[in-house]
Design a protein around this ligand. Structure first.
Ligand SMILES: [Ca+2]
Ligand SMILES: [Ca+2]
Ligand SMILES: [Ca+2]
Ligand SMILES: [Ca+2]
Length: 325
């Protein structure tokens, strides 16, 4: 069975750490990397579906919909469609869908920052100091056996997470007082949203994928980041072969067989790529039964599982997740 490793790595990791340290771990970009940037290449079915739901609903809402019965998912989707159709002409067009996706993504980030800001700063002070954050998130480490701190689980260790957060905190801390105001804290939690955090995002990505620590990404490391061979795989699936070609042809611009930081940057943060627009086009393409490049409510509802999850659509994935634990 194919396993979309990276997705579950994060799930497992967050599961582990959340169970110990409240719900305050900053989200790393694993799991999103491939989804964010390669969904248009139609990787695995489950993969892009989950991604589509998160783009369309925002991560929190996507989880909520996953729990709903199909009829209830469709009903709520109908209400959303009326909201998206801002000019009320009965069609959802590209610009309306794009505006909606931008709205849900912004809302998700704002909600996430609000939640974490409150959790680390219940008195609502102007700033959070690193020591406070570290104690909240990593305080449990003081009680742990040093060997356990360094033990890697799927490539992660608590110690490495702490080191990474420390560095990220310092970069987000624009005025260098080791405390973050809310805006700095937003950059810390969602570095992909801030221009000045992007080189750090690239470095973190390279470090994640670069298993032999030579500072660059080989094709095997690149593939290993999205696909893990298991015993009952007889042959590599088509999308993996396709990814190998993509590595050679597009990602490795100077054709030296490796991705350096610049090449990784162009991969994960392509400068001329508009996510919301690409995702909107993709969703329209998936549901546009009469090919007039806009969607009626009927078209959207008849493809509801493209836009939102439900117990039915996510049942298979839940099983996969379950056996990972
Ligand atoms: Ca409209
Ligand atoms: Ca500061
Ligand atoms: Ca390497
Ligand atoms: Ca290269």
């Amino acid at each position: 069975m194919i396993k979309m490793i990276r997705n579950y790595q994060v799930v497992i990791f967050l599961f582990t750490i959340i169970s110990i340290a409240a719900s305050a771990v900053p989200k790393t970009e694993e799991g999103k990397r491939v989804l964010d940037h390669d969904f248009q290449q139609h990787l695995g079915e489950e993969h892009s579906k989950q991604y589509d739901h998160e783009q369309f609903l925002g991560e929190d809402q996507a989880k909520t919909f996953d729990q709903l019965a199909p009829e209830e998912s469709r009903r709520r989707l109908g209400i959303i469609v009326d909201k998206i159709d801002t000019n009320k002409d009965g069609f959802v067009d590209l610009s309306e869908l794009k505006a909606w996706i931008q709205f849900t993504q912004r809302r998700y980030i704002e909600d996430d920052v609000e939640r974490q800001w409150r959790s680390h700063n219940p008195d609502n002070n102007d700033t959070i100091h690193w020591d406070v954050y570290r104690k909240n998130v990593y305080g449990f480490m003081e009680e742990m056996d040093p060997a356990d701190l360094e033990r890697e689980d799927n490539g992660f260790s608590y110690k490495a997470m702490l080191t990474r957060d420390r560095r990220r905190w310092s970069v987000a801390d624009r005025d260098g007082d080791d405390s973050l105001v809310r805006e700095e804290f937003t950059s810390f939690l969602h570095p992909e949203e801030s221009e000045f955090m992007r080189d750090l995002v690239v470095s973190e990505t390279v470090e994640d994928i670069d298993k032999d620590n030579d500072g660059k990404i080989s094709v095997e490391e690149y593939i290993g980041d999205m696909y893990r061979v298991t015993d009952d795989d007889t042959e590599e699936p088509e999308w993996v072969k396709h990814e190998r070609e993509t590595f050679k042809t597009f990602r490795d611009k100077d054709h030296d067989g490796f991705l350096n930081n610049e090449e990784v940057k162009e991969w994960i943060i392509p400068h001329d790529f508009d996510h919301a627009e690409a995702e909107s086009k993709h969703l329209i393409y998936e549901a546009d039964a009469d090919s007039d490049e806009k969607l009626t409510k009927e078209e959207i509802l008849s493809k509801y599982d493209v836009f939102v999850g439900s117990q039915a659509t996510d049942f298979g994935e839940a099983l996969v997740r379950h056996d990972e634990f």
